[in-house]
Design a protein around this ligand. Structure first.
Ligand SMILES: O=C(CO)COP(=O)(O)O
Length: 249
């Protein structure tokens, strides 16, 4: 189906200038598959975006970790989509579970954010995923479908969206989803897109997996037919991120 592999590195709220420079130089020196084979996008905290943007190799790209839901203005502490565009930042992560749970971002609010970011010309990594409690009660598919619907309802096109399935119980826990668990949800999300958006979108949207991905488990996950890449947290700060990029091949 020709979906290009996508590897995102979400640095979360980590790093000093020195550490950021080290990671960038590690990435710049890495031998990885060409940009025809894999999209690599790293997401530093806002304050480091200009540094990373200006020093990172040109075949890798940067993403912000969030942006404001509408046009900028009197919203203390927020960063607008327009500002990201002004800085030449091509991507933004929206709806990460840490923001959903710790900052009470609702699915509707996230749908609005994705729509606004797209309207300004940003590309979006939109995150969905169930909690452990939801998985154990058997509502995984219902939860991720509802989160996806809240986005689908607000956007005119999926062309510039990558959907990230990140089960909350797998994030930062070392408890990675099995390849079969990830494949099951990815296939269901694709089916949901097929039935509710279009066959074309279902076939073309990249659905990436996040949650305790590392250099050792990436290869088997990458072999799943509906898994088109990764959103990596902890391991994206380490040299093994390069091994994860290489799992594209
Ligand atoms: O939340 C994540 C990426 O957005 C995943 O984090 P970890 O890879 O640290 O589990």
């Amino acid at each position: 189906m020709g979906r290009k592999f996508f590897v995102g590195g979400n640095w979360k709220c980590n790093g000093t200038t020195e550490e950021v420079k080290k990671i960038v130089s590690m990435l710049n020196d890495a031998q990885v598959p060409s940009g025809d084979v894999v999209d690599v996008v790293v997401s530093p905290p806002f304050v480091f975006l200009p540094l990373v943007q200006s020093s990172l190799r040109s075949d890798f790209h940067v993403a912000a970790q969030n942006c404001w839901v509408r046009k900028g203005g009197a919203f203390t502490g927020e960063v607008s989509a327009e500002m990201l565009v002004n800085l030449g930042i091509p991507w933004v992560i929206i709806g990460h579970s840490e923001r959903r749970s710790l900052l009470n971002e609702s699915s509707e609010f996230i749908g609005d954010k994705v729509a606004y970011a797209l309207s300004q010309g940003l590309k979006v990594i939109a995150c969905v995923g169930e909690t452990l409690e939801q998985r154990e009660s058997g509502s995984t598919l219902e939860v991720v479908s509802a989160q996806t619907k809240a986005i689908a309802d607000k956007i005119p096109s999926w062309d510039n969206v990558v959907l990230a399935y990140e089960p909350v119980w797998a994030i930062g826990t070392g408890k990675v989803a099995t390849p079969a668990q990830a494949q099951e949800v990815h296939a269901e999300l694709r089916k949901w897109l097929h039935n509710n958006v279009s066959a074309e979108v279902a076939g073309s949207v990249r659905i990436i997996y996040g949650g305790s991905v590392n250099g050792a488990n990436c290869k088997e996950l990458a072999g799943q037919p509906d898994l088109d890449g990764f959103l990596v947290g902890g391991a994206s700060l380490k040299p093994e991120f390069v091994d994860i990029i290489k799992s594209a091949m």
